[in-house]
Design a protein. Structure first.
Length: 307
């Protein structure tokens, strides 16, 4: 006869709901939760965050304790032409999630952007600095921040900048494609900021959820270091060549923003001061070069594994 099992019954971990799970950060968070053996519910477009009934229906019977919202309208230039849609998703959708979280007693983790700032000063922006978005996308994200804070106490709001990762559309993947396909690449050298590697952010968020942190509030998060887009592009080329993902170097021309007109106005220097997330949430923050190196190791591994 086998000995009786005296261990206490396993307590299921509180349920997590990841929205925007098919996006760049959403896919990275899904991978991170999975790697940690953390079960989670996932949704994307099929559960429209603009629709409060659909949201309520989705979480029926699921005992959701954490909502991690990666759903967003992120087309910065297009938002100039469809501001109502940007607002409906980035403010209305966030308000719906915040109201639902309040009803459920759940915690909402949400992401915003350095584009809520004007970027017209030298010093990094702290969480207490007043936002002044220049674009309709930035404005819609700022409205989302305000509605989140108005509807819910149990929230974490992370402003991140220059997000990139293995999945989705982002500057690093766009540069790699350009370096492979073009004879010469032009990149602006008068806009400064800090990249955010999605995998490093996702690891910090998953730890926050695992720890059940209640240090709610607004936090800035990005990799350490301040660079221009041109600096970033040059580093991407160097890493790409070293990793064997690029066969040859391509002339890289530095241009002013005025030579690369875009629909939406971007901040020239929206640098986020990230100290609070490190000191209060114990977030691990790495140098942007180190994280770019991690990205390239992962990218090379994935390309090698591809049949
Ligand atoms: N990317 C950056 O450089 C950057 C910088 C700073 C902050 N952020 C913020 O970081 C967060 C994650 O960004 P990301 O780059 O991972 O975004 P993303 O790749 O655009 O992913 C957003 C996801 O949300 C989905 N979605 C759009 N509208 C929806 C709706 N009404 N209901 C449900 N799902 C909807 C999108 O579907 P479709 O693809 O079909 O639209 C997409 O799968 C966002 O809050 C963003 O504002 C991003």
């Amino acid at each position: 006869m086998s000995a009786p099992d005296l261990r206490p019954p396993a307590v299921p971990a509180p349920a997590i709901w990841l929205t925007g799970a098919a996006g760049m950060l959403g896919r990275q968070l899904a991978a991170e939760f999975s790697a940690r053996g953390r079960a989670f519910h996932a949704s994307d477009r099929e559960v429209d965050i603009r629709d409060p009934l659909a949201l309520r229906e989705f979480c029926r019977g699921k005992d959701i304790r954490w909502i991690v919202n990666c759903a967003a309208y992120t087309a910065v230039d297009r938002a100039e032409d469809e501001p109502d849609l940007a607002l409906a998703v980035n403010a209305g959708g966030v308000e719906n999630l915040a109201r639902l979280a309040a009803t459920l007693g759940a915690t909402l983790v949400h992401f915003s952007t350095d584009y809520v700032f004007a970027g017209d000063r030298q010093e990094p922006y702290t969480e207490d600095d007043p936002p002044r978005p220049l674009s309709r996308y930035g404005w819609s994200k700022r409205q989302g921040e305000l509605r989140l804070a108005a509807c819910l106490d149990r929230y974490f709001l992370f402003r991140v900048s220059w997000l990139y990762g293995i999945h989705g559309a982002n500057f690093v993947l766009a540069m790699l494609k350009a370096f492979r396909e073009k004879e010469k690449v032009r990149v602006v050298d008068d806009q400064f900021g800090s990249p955010t590697y999605a995998a490093a952010l996702a690891a910090n968020i998953a730890r926050l959820v695992d720890d059940g942190s209640e240090r709610f509030g607004t936090y800035h998060y990005c990799d350490r270091g301040v660079i221009s887009w041109h600096d970033f592009a040059a580093a991407i080329m160097a890493h790409g060549l070293r990793a064997g993902l690029l066969k040859k170097s391509v002339p890289l021309e530095a241009i002013p923003s005025s030579a690369y007109p875009a629909r939406a106005q971007r901040p020239l220097r929206a640098v986020l001061a990230g100290g609070k997330a490190e000191s209060e949430l114990d977030f691990r923050v790495s140098d942007w070069q180190a994280n770019l190196g991690e990205f390239f190791r992962e990218k090379a591994r994935l390309e090698e594994a591809r049949p």
